[in-house]
Structures are given as structure tokens and as C-alpha cells.
Design a protein around this ligand. Structure first.
Ligand SMILES: NC(=O)c1ccc[n+]([C@@H]2O[C@H](COP(=O)([O-])OP(=O)(O)OC[C@H]3O[C@@H](n4cnc5c(N)ncnc54)[C@H](OP(=O)(O)O)[C@@H]3O)[C@@H](O)[C@H]2O)c1
Length: 267
């Protein structure tokens, strides 16, 4: 069996270290390089506590790409992500993006370069299989129920609002239709913020409180009935591992940018 050579940028982070452990256990994958500025020079095993994991940690994408990965996983921060992704594409790697916060304009450029290089990019705002299912169920519901609102819950110190998952959901639902409002926002009496933010045709409310981890509700309302779809995550990065492994295995079959894990799942 051919093994896929993988480089993980952000391999020492909360999400990247959990994924790196799983890659190092996968018989069809070889973790050839890791990127972290603060741990450069160590082996990944030393940095994340895995005995025998000798993958080198490099401090820059240029050095990491010299190992010739087939698939580059971007799991760092939005300010450096585009540079990493374009560098990886130009080196001939396919790319899986887990990092949140890239703009649509940045994705347009990534798509252009991926097509020029004949390589695939799979960008997934949330790798958890249960979130992918919530998104699909919500898309089905939005075809039949024109009234909905999204509530995004997270721990008190999460700065970004709404969450990447809420943004991705609003984006997907906007392709079905815009949520209807019985009272238009300009006719609201009282503080308009009470109705949440209008994001791509959905009202989105972000709750940030101690005691919450990460969860999301999308509520569809009809006269005298409602449908509530809820997803709740625990505090570990484990829910994101299987989806990311699937993305790594499938991205080589793609050309250009594809968004959402459902691009490589059968429904
Ligand atoms: N798609 C999903 O399902 C999913 C799931 C979880 C998280 N995420 C997203 O994934 C990203 C990472 O989250 P996290 O919680 O794992 O973050 P984290 O724990 O802060 O880890 C960040 C990792 O990136 C590295 N890094 C940061 N800036 C870098 C730079 N300029 N150059 C090279 N390496 C850099 C860090 O190492 P050094 O600081 O040593 O460089 C570290 O290894 C975030 O955007 C988060 O929202 C997505």
C-alpha cells in the first residue's frame, strides 16, 4: 500500500496535536513534517508526548515543504494560513484547511492557485461528523420552513463571534433561501441588537458564558410547531479527528477549492 506523506502546520496545537497522534497511528499515512515556531528543532514526539514519534518540527513552511508532503494540513491561525496554503500548493501538495477565519476573497485566490497547480484544497470549518450532519439536516429543513434563527454558544473567553460553525451554517442556508422576518429589522421597536446579527440572511445570536464549551442551535419555526436542531461538543479535540483523516485521504481526488466535508461524503 502506498503511504500518503503528510505535513501538519500547527501540529503542537490543541487541534493539530490530536490529529497528529491519529496520523502517526494510521497505517496508510506517514507524518513527514510538523510546523511550530516555538517547538522548532525538537521531534514532534518530544513536543506532544508520543514515544517514538520522530517527525521533525520545522519553524517555517519553506523548510517543512522540503520534506515533499503529498498533503499539507493547515491548522494554525488565520493571519498566516493563506501564506502556508499557497506555499504548499506551489510545492505540489494538496491541502486540507482546518484553520478558521479566512475570508471569501482569500479563498478565491486559493481556488485560483489550486486550479493553476492542478491540486485540491478541502477547507472544512468543522470536521466533526455530527456537525456535518446538522448542516445537512438544516439545509433540508430550510427548503420547507422559511423562518429560522441560529444561536451559537461558547465559553466566556472566546473572542470571535459568531463561531466558524455558525458562519458556515448561515452561508449554507443562504444558498437555500433567506430566513423570513415577520417584523423587518428597520421596524423593530427597542434596541435592534436584541434581534442578533443579520448574517447572510440568517439572524445569529452569540452567547458567551462560563459553563459553556461549544454548541449551536438552529431553530425552525412554523405556526404552532417548531424544529430545534442542536449540536454540542465536549472539551477535547477528538471530534475533529476522523473528519480530518477522511479529508486527508480524499483531497487528492479534488482539483481547486472545495468547502465542507460533505464534498467528499456520500449522502
Ligand atoms: N475545522 C475544525 O474542525 C477545527 C477544529 C478545531 C480548531 N479549528 C481551528 O484550527 C485553528 C487552530 O486551533 P487550535 O485551537 O489548535 O490553536 P492552538 O492550540 O493555538 O494551536 C496553534 C498551532 O499553530 C501554530 N502556529 C500559530 N501561529 C503560527 C505561525 N505564524 N506560524 C507557524 N505556526 C503557527 C502553533 O505553534 P507555535 O505557536 O509554536 O508556532 C500551534 O502549533 C484555529 O483557527 C481554530 O479555530 C478548526
Amino acid at each position: 500500500m502506498d503511504t500518503l506523506k503528510i505535513c501538519v502546520a500547527g501540529a503542537t496545537g490543541w487541534a493539530g496535536s490530536e490529529l497528529s497522534r491519529a496520523i502517526s497511528d494510521a497505517a496508510d499515512m506517514q507524518l513527514v513534517a510538523a510546523i511550530s515556531r516555538s517547538q522548532a528543532g525538537k521531534t514532534l514526539g518530544e513536543a506532544i508526548g508520543v514515544t517514538g514519534l520522530t517527525t521533525p518540527i520545522l519553524g517555517t513552511v519553506e523548510d517543512a515543504l522540503k520534506t515533499g508532503p503529498d498533503v499539507f494540513v493547515e491548522y494554525t491561525k488565520s493571519d498566516i494560513a493563506k501564506f502556508h496554503i499557497l506555499s504548499a500548493l506551489k510545492s505540489g501538495a494538496h491541502v486540507v484547511v482546518g484553520t478558521s477565519g479566512l475570508s471569501n476573497e482569500e479563498y478565491d485566490e486559493i481556488d485560483r492557485v489550486a486550479k493553476e497547480m492542478n491540486r485540491g484544497v478541502l477547507a472544512v470549518g468543522n470536521f466533526a461528523l455530527t456537525v456535518v450532519l446538522l448542516q445537512k439536516f438544516a439545509e433540508m429543513a430550510a427548503k420547507y420552513i422559511p423562518h429560522w434563527e441560529i444561536i451559537d454558544y461558547a465559553h466566556a473567553d472566546k473572542k470571535d463571534v459568531p463561531s466558524g460553525t455558525a458562519r458556515e451554517l448561515a452561508n449554507r442556508l443562504s444558498k437555500v433561501q433567506e430566513a423570513k422576518l415577520e417584523v423587518p429589522l428597520e421596524q423593530i421597536e427597542g434596541p435592534k441588537e436584541s434581534r442578533g446579527a443579520r448574517l447572510q440572511g440568517s439572524q445569529v445570536h452569540s452567547v458567551r458564558l462560563p459553563g459553556y464549551v461549544i454548541s449551536i442551535d438552529v431553530i425552525f419555526g412554523m405556526p404552532d410547531q417548531k424544529l430545534i436542531l442542536r449540536h454540542e461538543s465536549g472539551s477535547s479535540a477528538e471530534p475533529y479527528v476522523n473528519g480530518a483523516l477522511l479529508a486527508i485521504r480524499e483531497v487528492g481526488k479534488l482539483i481547486g477549492l472545495h468547502r465542507g466535508l460533505d464534498s467528499v461524503m456520500k449522502f
